[in-house]
Design a binder for this molecule. Structure first.
Ligand SMILES: [Zn+2]
Length: 308
């Protein structure tokens, strides 16, 4: 029987699950939306229904599911497979997701945060293929990240490695979602760019509009983006000096901005914060998986954990 994996991407209220081959080809994909007020209980029920449907599908095609990989939108204790919490949905505090799924479906399961899963996804199937030393930075409403070093995902002892979004860039800067001040996330995320735009333009704007205005030559918008790029260069340069990646991959909604507004100025400013030898040959590219990043990350997590 052919061995396949099952990936699950758990967002705030968006859940995606897929059956995939060990080379990442999707056999069947399901998407559902859950309601925030149904909490973790509703989310877990939706996950179980999708898993059951995909296991049935696998059986009917003569396929054996050998691993389940879950990319969760919030911090996770990878060793135990327990969710610490969700910033968006109540009830996930200390939820033993790995144990609950294994008990129910008797398939070995790995649970990790979506930034680590996204890093594995880009490494196996996207912009990081064949690159064993890379930094993944996801710039969306917040900033997440992950590190592949020497061909392995770096997790750290509490699975907190790669949290570049909470690197302090400006000690007295704006307050971050983590409660501290001046983190990269508070300076260069979509929310941060929108906040600066709203403040300096004197009307409510989102980051997309700041990019549009900069494209049209608006000086205030250009200044806001220039400061965000400076913060990114500072943090990425520090990370590059620390573990010497070959490639930096930028994912998330903000990274979809035109190259000349984000990636090109970032490339230009990186040498200011990076050792010349580490900056030489360092590539900065856009992620390739886009909308599928979450589910491909979960599939990559399942594949890489086979044999663990
Ligand atoms: Zn922070």
């Amino acid at each position: 029987m052919d061995r396949v994996v099952l990936g699950i991407d758990v967002g705030g209220t968006k859940m995606t699950a897929a059956l995939a081959t060990q080379s990442g080809k999707i056999v069947k994909l399901l998407r559902v939306h859950t309601k925030r007020e149904e909490g973790a209980e509703g989310g877990f029920k939706a996950i179980c229904e999708m898993v059951q449907e995909l296991l049935n599908e696998a059986r009917s095609q003569g396929l054996t599911v050998v691993r389940i990989g879950v990319g969760f939108g919030g911090p996770v204790d990878f060793g135990r497979g327990t969710v610490y919490l969700s910033h968006h949905v109540h009830g996930w505090e200390n939820f033993p997701l790995k144990e609950a799924l294994e008990k129910r479906f008797a398939v070995t399961t790995s649970v990790d945060n979506d930034a680590n899963a996204g890093t594995l996804g880009e490494w196996m199937f996207g912009a990081g293929k064949g690159i064993d030393d890379l930094l993944y930075v996801n710039i969306g409403t917040g900033i997440g990240g992950g590190i592949i070093s020497g061909g392995k995902l770096v997790r750290g002892w509490k699975n907190l490695a790669g949290e570049i979004g909470h690197m302090t860039v400006k000690p007295d800067g704006p307050v971050c979602t983590c409660g501290r001040k001046g983190c990269l996330e508070a300076l260069a995320s979509g929310d941060a760019i929108g906040r600066e735009g709203t403040e300096r333009l004197g009307r409510p704007v989102k980051s997309e509009e700041v990019f549009q205005l900069a494209e049209q030559g608006n000086e205030v918008a250009k200044q806001i983006l220039s400061e965000a790029v400076e913060a990114l260069a500072f943090a990425i340069g520090a990370a590059a000096n620390l573990f010497n990646p070959k490639r930096v991959i930028l994912g998330g909604g903000v990274a979809e901005a035109p190259e000349h507004l984000l990636i090109e100025p970032l490339r230009a400013r990186l040498p200011r914060y990076t050792l010349p030898q580490a900056a030489e040959g360092l590539e900065v590219v856009r992620a390739q998986l886009g909308y599928d990043a979450g589910i491909m990350g979960a599939i990559a997590l399942a594949i890489t954990s086979i044999g663990d």
